[in-house]
Design a protein around this ligand. Sequence first.
Ligand code: GYE
Length: 304
Amino acid sequence: DPGSTSSEGSSGGDAISVGFSQVGAESGWRAANTKSIQDTLTKDAGFDLKFSDAQQKQENQIQAIRSYIAQGVQYIAFSPVVETGWDAVLQEAKAANIPVILTDRAVDTADTSLYVTFIGSDFVEEGKRVGQWVSDNLGTEPINVVELQGTTGSAPAIDRKQGFEDATKDNANIKIIASQTGDFTRDGGKKVMEGFLQANPDIDVVYAHNDDMGLGAIEAIEAAGKKPGVDIKIVTIDGVKDGMTALADGKINYIVECNPLLGPDLAKIIKTLHDGGTVEPRIVTQDGAFDQEQAKAALPDRQY
Ligand code: GYE
């Protein structure tokens, strides 16, 4: 329809339809990630974005992806809540010739032809960086560590556990005395930490797989009459506003960043594919890290 004038898209062509299946709304990281995607894949930028929230349930994501296939969207992007169990639905997308882009979290499949690319952070590396910091700064004397794991079966929970263990296993001072999932939520972190505090009188360090669970742990520690960041040290991953604020306030001791702003890269990938180009099968997001002083300096300019 070359004669029509359209307010949608600068290219003047039809909008590119994209179905995005989000994990849920479990954390500050997720909120920033959703905002980045919705703010970038706009009508003005040439996209017709269909967005759904799976409330941390794989069956909801599979249903959303099937509905995107049925609607005939041009691209599907999703952040898989867990690593396994995707082959069947991804084969359906492939059979329908709809390219799939993984954002944030990986799937565990032998068939890498089921998706075009995976963009997101290196979670093993994040866990290693936290573990290395704990080993260097706190593991100079014997310490008992409790771990608040992310969602069971999710790539970041598996990889961040692994990375931390890799980086601390040679330090005989570091003992991980308890490890349990808090589902990446503030409430989950608080409840699990309450149980840890009741069962263990001698906790030195909390390793939380994300800021929100660390923030929940702060509440539990304060309720138990102890000082978070001082009596019990806390290390986390993400670097969202609330986490960085607690770090600057001395309640968290160290945060390794995980960048949630994946919207611009996702838009670029889709445009490239749409123009007939190719993209790398793995695109790794770059992350920083902050101690308390660095958090104070970085906070004023933080976008999320
Ligand atoms: O760290 C956590 C969120 O997959 C990287 O999911 C993401 C993680 C993030 O719930 O806060």
